[in-house]
Design a protein around this ligand. Sequence first.
Ligand code: F6P
Length: 358
Amino acid sequence: MGKKRIGILTAGGDCPGLNATIRGVAKAMYQKIPDVEIIGIVDGYKGLIEGEAHEMKPSDFSGILTQGGTILGTARTPYKQMRVKENDIDKVALMKDNYKKLRLDCLLTLGGNGTHKTANLLSEEGLNVIGLPKTIDNDIWGTDVTFGFHTAVDIGTEVVDRIHTTASSHKRVMVIEIMGNKAGWLTLYTGIAGGADIILIPEIPYNINKVAKAVEKRAERGRGFSILVVAEGAFDVDEAKMKKKERAEKRAAAGETTATNRIARQIAEMTGFDTRVVVPGHYLRGGTPSSYDRVLASQFGVYAAQLVSQGIFGVAVAERNNIVVHNLLSDVAGKTKFVSPDDQMVFTARSLGISFGD
Ligand code: F6P
Protein backbone atom coordinates (compact mmCIF):
# COMPACT_ATOMS: atom_id res chain seq x y z
CA MET A 1 0.00 0.00 0.00
CA GLY A 2 1.35 3.45 -0.94
CA LYS A 3 1.98 6.32 1.43
CA LYS A 4 -1.19 7.95 2.68
CA ARG A 5 -2.14 11.35 4.05
CA ILE A 6 -5.12 11.28 6.32
CA GLY A 7 -6.91 14.39 7.48
CA ILE A 8 -8.79 14.25 10.76
CA LEU A 9 -11.11 16.78 12.38
CA THR A 10 -13.52 17.03 15.31
CA ALA A 11 -16.59 19.20 14.77
CA GLY A 12 -19.64 20.35 16.73
CA GLY A 13 -19.97 20.11 20.50
CA ASP A 14 -17.15 18.19 22.16
CA CYS A 15 -17.60 15.09 24.29
CA PRO A 16 -15.49 12.55 26.16
CA GLY A 17 -13.94 9.97 23.83
CA LEU A 18 -12.88 12.22 20.96
CA ASN A 19 -9.20 11.89 21.82
CA ALA A 20 -9.53 8.16 22.46
CA THR A 21 -11.00 7.80 18.96
CA ILE A 22 -8.25 9.91 17.36
CA ARG A 23 -5.70 7.76 19.18
CA GLY A 24 -7.40 4.56 17.98
CA VAL A 25 -7.25 5.74 14.36
CA ALA A 26 -3.60 6.77 14.67
CA LYS A 27 -2.33 3.68 16.47
CA ALA A 28 -4.02 1.36 13.98
CA MET A 29 -2.88 3.44 11.01
CA TYR A 30 0.77 3.49 12.12
CA GLN A 31 0.65 -0.30 12.41
CA LYS A 32 -0.76 -0.69 8.92
CA ILE A 33 1.35 2.00 7.21
CA PRO A 34 4.31 3.06 9.38
CA ASP A 35 5.01 6.17 7.29
CA VAL A 36 1.38 7.31 7.14
CA GLU A 37 0.96 11.06 7.54
CA ILE A 38 -1.85 12.24 9.77
CA ILE A 39 -2.93 15.84 9.37
CA GLY A 40 -4.79 17.40 12.27
CA ILE A 41 -7.31 19.97 11.08
CA VAL A 42 -7.93 22.64 13.70
CA ASP A 43 -11.42 23.49 15.03
CA GLY A 44 -13.46 21.23 12.78
CA TYR A 45 -14.72 22.35 9.39
CA LYS A 46 -13.66 25.92 10.26
CA GLY A 47 -10.04 24.75 10.01
CA LEU A 48 -10.71 23.03 6.71
CA ILE A 49 -12.32 26.20 5.34
CA GLU A 50 -9.48 28.39 6.58
CA GLY A 51 -6.72 25.90 5.79
CA GLU A 52 -5.61 25.64 9.40
CA ALA A 53 -3.98 22.24 9.81
CA HIS A 54 -0.74 20.64 10.91
CA GLU A 55 1.10 17.40 10.44
CA MET A 56 1.01 15.27 13.55
CA LYS A 57 3.67 13.00 15.01
CA PRO A 58 3.14 9.61 16.64
CA SER A 59 3.94 11.19 20.02
CA ASP A 60 0.93 13.53 19.61
CA PHE A 61 -1.30 10.52 20.11
CA SER A 62 0.33 9.34 23.33
CA GLY A 63 -1.29 9.96 26.67
CA ILE A 64 -4.61 11.12 25.22
CA LEU A 65 -6.76 8.04 25.83
CA THR A 66 -8.06 9.44 29.08
CA GLN A 67 -8.09 13.10 28.10
CA GLY A 68 -11.46 14.86 27.79
CA GLY A 69 -12.30 17.37 25.05
CA THR A 70 -10.38 17.27 21.78
CA ILE A 71 -6.70 17.91 21.11
CA LEU A 72 -7.71 19.27 17.67
CA GLY A 73 -10.16 21.85 18.96
CA THR A 74 -13.71 22.08 17.69
CA ALA A 75 -16.25 24.62 16.51
CA ARG A 76 -19.83 24.72 15.42
CA THR A 77 -19.99 25.45 11.68
CA PRO A 78 -23.68 24.92 10.91
CA TYR A 79 -24.46 22.70 7.95
CA LYS A 80 -27.20 25.14 6.90
CA GLN A 81 -24.55 27.82 6.31
CA MET A 82 -22.19 25.59 4.33
CA ARG A 83 -23.57 26.48 0.93
CA VAL A 84 -24.33 30.07 1.91
CA LYS A 85 -21.67 32.50 0.71
CA GLU A 86 -20.59 34.95 3.41
CA ASN A 87 -18.47 37.94 2.28
CA ASP A 88 -18.23 36.15 -1.06
CA ILE A 89 -16.57 33.18 0.61
CA ASP A 90 -17.54 29.84 -0.88
CA LYS A 91 -16.95 27.50 2.06
CA VAL A 92 -17.45 24.27 0.12
CA ALA A 93 -15.00 25.35 -2.59
CA LEU A 94 -12.46 26.33 0.09
CA MET A 95 -12.81 22.97 1.85
CA LYS A 96 -12.26 21.17 -1.44
CA ASP A 97 -9.26 23.38 -2.25
CA ASN A 98 -7.67 22.86 1.13
CA TYR A 99 -8.24 19.10 0.94
CA LYS A 100 -6.27 19.22 -2.31
CA LYS A 101 -3.62 21.64 -1.00
CA LEU A 102 -3.07 19.42 2.02
CA ARG A 103 -2.75 16.50 -0.44
CA LEU A 104 -5.20 14.43 1.58
CA ASP A 105 -6.15 10.95 0.49
CA CYS A 106 -9.11 10.99 2.83
CA LEU A 107 -10.78 12.90 5.62
CA LEU A 108 -12.08 11.52 8.92
CA THR A 109 -14.78 13.61 10.57
CA LEU A 110 -15.65 13.00 14.21
CA GLY A 111 -18.96 14.56 15.09
CA GLY A 112 -22.71 14.45 15.49
CA ASN A 113 -25.64 14.94 13.14
CA GLY A 114 -24.52 18.27 11.68
CA THR A 115 -21.00 16.95 11.15
CA HIS A 116 -22.33 13.90 9.31
CA LYS A 117 -24.45 16.11 7.04
CA THR A 118 -21.41 18.15 6.02
CA ALA A 119 -19.37 14.96 5.70
CA ASN A 120 -21.96 13.66 3.26
CA LEU A 121 -21.92 16.94 1.35
CA LEU A 122 -18.13 16.70 0.96
CA SER A 123 -18.42 13.07 -0.05
CA GLU A 124 -20.96 14.03 -2.72
CA GLU A 125 -18.46 16.68 -3.85
CA GLY A 126 -15.98 13.88 -4.52
CA LEU A 127 -13.85 13.82 -1.35
CA ASN A 128 -13.03 10.55 0.42
CA VAL A 129 -14.80 10.93 3.75
CA ILE A 130 -15.47 8.68 6.73
CA GLY A 131 -17.69 9.86 9.62
CA LEU A 132 -17.34 8.70 13.22
CA PRO A 133 -20.33 9.03 15.57
CA LYS A 134 -19.73 11.30 18.53
CA THR A 135 -22.33 12.87 20.79
CA ILE A 136 -23.62 12.71 24.32
CA ASP A 137 -27.09 12.85 22.75
CA ASN A 138 -26.84 9.34 21.19
CA ASP A 139 -29.11 10.50 18.39
CA ILE A 140 -27.19 9.52 15.25
CA TRP A 141 -29.22 7.37 12.93
CA GLY A 142 -27.96 3.87 12.15
CA THR A 143 -25.86 3.29 15.26
CA ASP A 144 -27.01 1.79 18.54
CA VAL A 145 -24.60 3.99 20.41
CA THR A 146 -22.31 6.99 19.97
CA PHE A 147 -19.13 7.59 21.94
CA GLY A 148 -19.53 10.13 24.72
CA PHE A 149 -23.05 9.01 25.53
CA HIS A 150 -22.30 6.52 28.29
CA THR A 151 -19.83 8.84 30.00
CA ALA A 152 -22.52 11.53 30.07
CA VAL A 153 -24.99 8.98 31.48
CA ASP A 154 -22.47 8.21 34.24
CA ILE A 155 -21.99 11.90 35.05
CA GLY A 156 -25.76 12.55 34.92
CA THR A 157 -26.33 9.60 37.22
CA GLU A 158 -23.86 10.97 39.74
CA VAL A 159 -25.69 14.30 39.64
CA VAL A 160 -29.03 12.56 40.29
CA ASP A 161 -27.51 10.45 43.09
CA ARG A 162 -26.16 13.51 44.84
CA ILE A 163 -29.39 15.44 44.36
CA HIS A 164 -31.30 12.48 45.81
CA THR A 165 -29.74 12.82 49.25
CA THR A 166 -30.31 16.56 49.54
CA ALA A 167 -33.84 16.22 48.08
CA SER A 168 -34.68 13.61 50.67
CA SER A 169 -33.22 15.60 53.60
CA HIS A 170 -35.19 18.74 52.69
CA LYS A 171 -38.27 16.97 51.32
CA ARG A 172 -38.05 18.93 48.10
CA VAL A 173 -38.97 18.47 44.49
CA MET A 174 -35.77 18.68 42.45
CA VAL A 175 -36.01 19.37 38.73
CA ILE A 176 -32.77 18.38 36.99
CA GLU A 177 -32.22 19.55 33.43
CA ILE A 178 -30.25 17.16 31.25
CA MET A 179 -28.77 18.10 27.84
CA GLY A 180 -30.61 16.89 24.77
CA ASN A 181 -32.43 19.37 22.61
CA LYS A 182 -34.07 16.99 20.17
CA ALA A 183 -33.64 13.50 21.55
CA GLY A 184 -34.24 12.28 25.10
CA TRP A 185 -31.80 9.34 25.24
CA LEU A 186 -29.47 10.91 27.80
CA THR A 187 -32.36 11.93 30.04
CA LEU A 188 -34.01 8.53 29.73
CA TYR A 189 -30.89 6.55 30.63
CA THR A 190 -29.86 8.99 33.36
CA GLY A 191 -33.35 8.86 34.83
CA ILE A 192 -33.42 5.08 34.95
CA ALA A 193 -29.86 4.81 36.29
CA GLY A 194 -30.47 7.49 38.92
CA GLY A 195 -33.86 6.15 39.99
CA ALA A 196 -35.75 9.31 39.01
CA ASP A 197 -39.48 9.53 39.68
CA ILE A 198 -40.42 11.47 36.58
CA ILE A 199 -38.67 11.62 33.18
CA LEU A 200 -39.68 14.25 30.63
CA ILE A 201 -38.32 13.98 27.08
CA PRO A 202 -39.14 15.74 23.79
CA GLU A 203 -40.48 12.55 22.22
CA ILE A 204 -43.26 12.27 24.85
CA PRO A 205 -44.88 15.69 25.41
CA TYR A 206 -45.91 16.09 29.03
CA ASN A 207 -49.09 17.28 30.66
CA ILE A 208 -48.19 19.43 33.68
CA ASN A 209 -51.31 18.29 35.57
CA LYS A 210 -50.13 14.70 35.27
CA VAL A 211 -46.62 15.68 36.35
CA ALA A 212 -48.00 17.43 39.45
CA LYS A 213 -50.28 14.44 40.14
CA ALA A 214 -47.28 12.09 40.05
CA VAL A 215 -45.52 14.27 42.64
CA GLU A 216 -48.63 14.36 44.84
CA LYS A 217 -49.11 10.61 44.55
CA ARG A 218 -45.59 10.07 45.87
CA ALA A 219 -46.35 12.36 48.78
CA GLU A 220 -49.54 10.39 49.53
CA ARG A 221 -47.41 7.25 49.66
CA GLY A 222 -45.21 8.97 52.25
CA ARG A 223 -42.42 10.01 49.88
CA GLY A 224 -41.69 13.57 50.83
CA PHE A 225 -39.46 14.33 47.88
CA SER A 226 -39.42 13.79 44.12
CA ILE A 227 -36.72 13.78 41.46
CA LEU A 228 -37.57 14.92 37.95
CA VAL A 229 -35.08 14.63 35.10
CA VAL A 230 -36.06 16.88 32.22
CA ALA A 231 -34.45 16.97 28.79
CA GLU A 232 -33.57 20.54 27.83
CA GLY A 233 -35.73 20.09 24.72
CA ALA A 234 -38.82 18.77 26.57
CA PHE A 235 -42.14 20.45 25.84
CA ASP A 236 -45.72 20.11 26.99
CA VAL A 237 -48.78 18.94 25.09
CA ASP A 238 -49.77 22.48 24.11
CA GLU A 239 -46.31 23.29 22.81
CA ALA A 240 -46.36 20.00 20.89
CA LYS A 241 -49.01 21.55 18.63
CA MET A 242 -46.72 24.47 17.78
CA LYS A 243 -43.96 24.77 15.23
CA LYS A 244 -40.46 24.95 16.72
CA LYS A 245 -40.14 28.65 15.88
CA GLU A 246 -43.48 29.55 17.46
CA ARG A 247 -42.56 27.57 20.56
CA ALA A 248 -39.24 29.38 20.84
CA GLU A 249 -40.90 32.79 20.39
CA LYS A 250 -43.51 32.08 23.06
CA ARG A 251 -40.82 30.94 25.45
CA ALA A 252 -38.66 33.96 24.74
CA ALA A 253 -41.63 36.23 25.45
CA ALA A 254 -42.06 34.46 28.79
CA GLY A 255 -38.35 34.82 29.54
CA GLU A 256 -37.75 31.09 29.17
CA THR A 257 -35.34 29.12 27.02
CA THR A 258 -35.98 25.58 28.25
CA ALA A 259 -39.07 24.20 29.98
CA THR A 260 -37.26 23.37 33.23
CA ASN A 261 -37.82 26.57 35.23
CA ARG A 262 -41.45 26.70 34.13
CA ILE A 263 -42.00 23.11 35.23
CA ALA A 264 -40.47 23.84 38.64
CA ARG A 265 -42.61 26.97 39.07
CA GLN A 266 -45.79 25.16 38.02
CA ILE A 267 -45.13 22.23 40.35
CA ALA A 268 -44.49 24.60 43.26
CA GLU A 269 -47.73 26.46 42.51
CA MET A 270 -49.81 23.32 41.99
CA THR A 271 -48.50 21.17 44.85
CA GLY A 272 -47.12 23.68 47.33
CA PHE A 273 -43.86 21.69 47.58
CA ASP A 274 -40.55 23.43 47.92
CA THR A 275 -38.99 23.06 44.47
CA ARG A 276 -35.48 23.64 43.11
CA VAL A 277 -33.84 23.52 39.68
CA VAL A 278 -30.45 21.96 38.94
CA VAL A 279 -28.72 22.43 35.56
CA PRO A 280 -25.50 20.42 35.20
CA GLY A 281 -25.22 21.67 31.60
CA HIS A 282 -21.79 21.31 30.00
CA TYR A 283 -20.54 19.47 33.07
CA LEU A 284 -22.16 16.43 31.41
CA ARG A 285 -19.79 16.79 28.47
CA GLY A 286 -16.49 17.42 30.22
CA GLY A 287 -13.67 15.32 31.54
CA THR A 288 -12.32 11.87 31.03
CA PRO A 289 -14.27 9.20 29.11
CA SER A 290 -15.64 6.21 31.02
CA SER A 291 -14.07 2.81 30.42
CA TYR A 292 -17.06 1.92 28.21
CA ASP A 293 -16.42 4.95 26.00
CA ARG A 294 -12.67 4.36 25.92
CA VAL A 295 -13.32 0.88 24.55
CA LEU A 296 -16.00 2.02 22.10
CA ALA A 297 -13.90 4.95 20.87
CA SER A 298 -10.91 2.64 20.38
CA GLN A 299 -13.06 0.17 18.44
CA PHE A 300 -14.47 2.93 16.24
CA GLY A 301 -11.02 4.44 15.62
CA VAL A 302 -9.47 1.10 14.69
CA TYR A 303 -12.43 0.30 12.42
CA ALA A 304 -12.07 3.65 10.64
CA ALA A 305 -8.37 2.91 10.04
CA GLN A 306 -9.40 -0.40 8.50
CA LEU A 307 -11.85 1.39 6.18
CA VAL A 308 -9.06 3.75 5.11
CA SER A 309 -6.74 0.88 4.31
CA GLN A 310 -9.49 -0.87 2.36
CA GLY A 311 -10.33 2.32 0.46
CA ILE A 312 -13.95 2.38 1.70
CA PHE A 313 -15.24 5.95 1.82
CA GLY A 314 -18.55 7.79 1.86
CA VAL A 315 -19.48 5.89 5.00
CA ALA A 316 -20.13 6.43 8.70
CA VAL A 317 -18.85 4.09 11.40
CA ALA A 318 -21.58 2.64 13.61
CA GLU A 319 -22.31 -0.15 16.07
CA ARG A 320 -25.18 -2.56 15.68
CA ASN A 321 -25.82 -5.46 18.04
CA ASN A 322 -22.34 -5.09 19.54
CA ILE A 323 -20.59 -5.30 16.17
CA VAL A 324 -18.86 -2.31 14.61
CA VAL A 325 -20.16 -1.75 11.09
CA HIS A 326 -20.57 1.12 8.64
CA ASN A 327 -23.51 2.83 6.97
CA LEU A 328 -23.55 5.00 3.88
CA LEU A 329 -23.11 8.65 4.82
CA SER A 330 -25.98 9.42 2.47
CA ASP A 331 -28.23 7.17 4.57
CA VAL A 332 -27.19 8.76 7.87
CA ALA A 333 -27.18 12.43 6.82
CA GLY A 334 -30.28 14.40 7.76
CA LYS A 335 -31.81 11.79 10.04
CA THR A 336 -32.12 11.81 13.81
CA LYS A 337 -32.47 8.73 15.99
CA PHE A 338 -35.30 9.62 18.35
CA VAL A 339 -36.58 7.69 21.35
CA SER A 340 -39.68 5.85 20.21
CA PRO A 341 -42.48 6.01 22.80
CA ASP A 342 -42.62 2.21 22.26
CA ASP A 343 -38.91 1.78 22.96
CA GLN A 344 -38.14 -1.05 25.37
CA MET A 345 -36.29 1.43 27.59
CA VAL A 346 -39.45 3.55 27.92
CA PHE A 347 -41.38 0.38 28.79
CA THR A 348 -38.71 -0.47 31.36
CA ALA A 349 -39.00 2.96 32.96
CA ARG A 350 -42.80 2.83 33.03
CA SER A 351 -42.68 -0.66 34.54
CA LEU A 352 -40.48 0.72 37.31
CA GLY A 353 -43.23 3.22 38.11
CA ILE A 354 -41.49 6.20 36.49
CA SER A 355 -43.95 8.76 35.11
CA PHE A 356 -43.45 10.45 31.73
CA GLY A 357 -46.14 12.99 32.59
CA ASP A 358 -48.36 11.71 29.77
O1 F6P B 1 -24.90 17.96 20.90
C1 F6P B 1 -24.66 17.84 22.26
C2 F6P B 1 -25.23 18.96 23.03
O2 F6P B 1 -24.66 18.71 24.24
C3 F6P B 1 -26.75 19.08 23.13
O3 F6P B 1 -27.34 18.16 23.98
C4 F6P B 1 -26.91 20.50 23.60
O4 F6P B 1 -28.17 21.01 23.28
C5 F6P B 1 -25.85 21.19 22.82
O5 F6P B 1 -24.83 20.23 22.62
C6 F6P B 1 -25.34 22.45 23.49
O6 F6P B 1 -24.05 22.71 23.04
P1 F6P B 1 -23.29 24.11 22.93
O7 F6P B 1 -23.65 24.89 24.14
O8 F6P B 1 -21.86 23.70 22.88
O9 F6P B 1 -23.72 24.74 21.67
